[in-house]
Design a protein around this ligand. Structure first.
Ligand SMILES: Cc1ncc(COP(=O)(O)O)c(C=O)c1O
Length: 387
């Protein structure tokens, strides 16, 4: 049996007629860039998440960047986030000229540890002293914002983050790129911070057939600023109030996403059922740590990530049996060459480092069958016995 890590074709086959019709309509209306389809999708997605404003954008990376720029975050600023995420979170910070400051994650949720955020803010100078000269410039930076990442489809502990943000007058930007439809208490991911950023990369729970993203906010001024930022700083055509960029979403993506949004809740529910089934079948398997759903929210399992002791062997074992897996992510950002200049070293964020060594994502998508999950789990049990 072959079980792919992901299969986007199965989903397309199910909704082919609607998708094909939406693409045809876009061509016929010539609404290729930021037109009617985009406006409709902005309205629909913001309403789905429970925010007043949604600004469709070209990618999740540009969504985080635009959210930071809307707050005028730049060269003299620092933004706190986690090293256990896709690089886009930190890249967007650096791209504004600001400095990413990493704090470790919690081992149960794989999301930002609010205690570590507080610890950093309260002991910043002491901490820099300990880390030495490379971090000396950090002394002069203003910490302006926190970006919690709702990793794998589970939200960070937002009340704790909001409390800290309020105490120290920091903005909270949610990186909700992996959390379309996830809940924190009774709130949708992306509706909790001052701004939030989504990605519609094809493999996401709500995925386009190309690149796409969205910034959400309830703040009218920030929404307007983002809207101008993504369109050359203009409100009226060819009247540029400041320099922006071209980050607009194309019409095809919006038309496709409008169709797919209608299915998002069902697909998320299917993912949850798949995750429960994995949990149930792997329950007593030694050497494997299955994901935990926090009491405070609803996980939508963008990824079903387990932890195992000897990952390479585990992955090869499954590969030989026709099972696809992935690693999200093999190296935490503070140990990446791209961030050498920040002066972090091994041991700075032990939980991120440990998770990065052990994590493996198993096949997970709404159309995955029970038979496929059973097959994957049988092989894992075989591995547990043999290893
Ligand atoms: C946590 C996280 N943030 C940001 C992004 C960036 O999104 P995009 O690929 O749409 O630029 C991703 C995409 O994979 C992501 O997983």
């Amino acid at each position: 049996m072959q079980v792919p890590f992901m299969d986007l074709k199965r989903q397309y086959e199910m909704i082919k007629d609607e998708i094909d019709e939406a693409i045809k309509k876009t061509i016929e209306s010539c609404a290729f860039v930021a037109g009617e389809m985009v406006k409709e999708f902005e309205k629909n997605f913001a309403s789905y998440c429970g925010t007043k404003y949604g600004i469709a954008i070209s990618s999740g990376t540009s969504a985080i960047y635009a959210a930071l720029k809307a707050l005028d975050i730049g060269r003299h600023d620092a933004v706190i986030t986690v090293p256990y995420t896709f690089i886009a979170t930190a890249e967007a910070i650096s791209f504004t000229g600001a400095t990413p400051i990493f704090v470790d994650i919690k081992e149960d949720s794989y999301t930002i540890d609010p205690e570590k955020v507080k610890e950093y803010i309260e002991n910043k100078c002491e901490w820099i002293e300990k880390k030495g000269i490379l971090r000396d410039r950090e002394r002069k930076l203003n910490v302006r914002a926190i970006i919690p990442v709702h990793l794998y489809g589970q939200t960070a502990d937002m009340d704790e983050i909001l409390k800290i943000a309020q105490e120290y007058n920091l903005a909270v930007i949610e990186d909700a790129a992996q959390a379309h439809g996830a809940l924190y208490k009774n709130k949708k991911a992306g509706s909790i911070g001052l701004l939030s950023a989504f990605s519609f990369y094809p493999s996401k729970n709500l995925g386009a057939y190309g690149q796409g993203g969205m910034v959400l906010t309830n703040d009218e001024g920030l929404a307007e600023k983002v809207r101008m930022l993504i369109d050359h700083g203009q409100k009226e055509r060819y009247l540029h109030e400041f320099e922006g960029w071209n980050f607009k979403m194309d019409g095809f993506q919006a038309a496709i996403l409008n169709v797919k949004l209608n299915y998002l809740d069902d697909w998320n529910e299917d993912r949850r059922q798949n995750a429960y089934y994995y949990n149930q079948l792997l329950n007593n398997t030694e050497k494997i740590i299955t994901p935990k759903e926090m009491d405070y929210g609803k996980h939508i399992y963008h990824l079903y990530a387990v932890r195992v002791p000897d990952r390479e062997k585990f992955q090869n074992f499954l590969k030989e049996r026709g099972i696809g897996t992935g690693i999200h992510y093999p190296k935490p950002l503070h140990l990446q060459k791209a961030y050498n200049h920040l002066g972090y070293k091994e041991g700075d964020f032990p939980i991120s480092e440990k998770c990065a060594r052990e994590i493996v994502s198993l096949p997970m998508f709404p159309e995955l069958t029970k038979k496929e999950i059973e097959y994957v789990c049988e092989q894992i049990k075989d591995w547990a016995v043999q290893s």
